[in-house]
Ligand binder design. Structure first.
Ligand SMILES: [Zn+2]
Length: 94
C-alpha cells in the first residue's frame, strides 16, 4: 500500500486505498468521510467519519481518522492536483 505523507501537513495523506490502521496514531479508526449533514442512516452509523458542514480542505477528504482527525485522500490525479496547489480551490461543488 502506498501512503505518502503530504509535506505541508503532517496529518494529511495521499493513499491508494483506505488505510486499516492510521499511520499517524496507529489506531484502527479510519472511516469513510461524510460531508455535511449525514443521512439519518449515516448519523447512527458508527462506521463513518463526519467532516461537518464547513470543510477546511481544498477538496473533500476520502477518509478520516476518528481518533486523531488525520485526513486521507485517494490517490487520483484530481486529488493530487487539488492538494498540490496546482489548481487550488477551483473544483466545482458537488
Ligand atoms: Zn489517527
Amino acid at each position: 500500500m502506498k501512503c505518502n505523507p503530504i509535506p505541508e501537513r503532517e496529518d494529511w495523506f495521499i493513499t491508494d486505498r483506505k488505510p486499516t490502521i492510521c499511520p499517524r496514531c496507529s489506531k484502527k479508526e479510519v472511516r469513510k468521510a461524510v460531508l455535511g449533514y449525514p443521512t439519518e442512516e449515516d448519523f447512527f452509523n458508527d462506521d463513518i467519519y463526519l467532516i461537518g458542514c464547513i470543510p477546511d480542505f481544498p477538496i473533500k477528504r476520502n477518509w478520516g481518522c476518528r481518533n486523531c482527525d488525520a485526513a486521507f485522500f485517494k490517490d487520483t490525479p484530481r486529488n493530487k492536483a487539488a492538494l498540490g496547489g496546482i489548481v487550488p480551490h477551483q473544483w466545482p461543488k458537488d
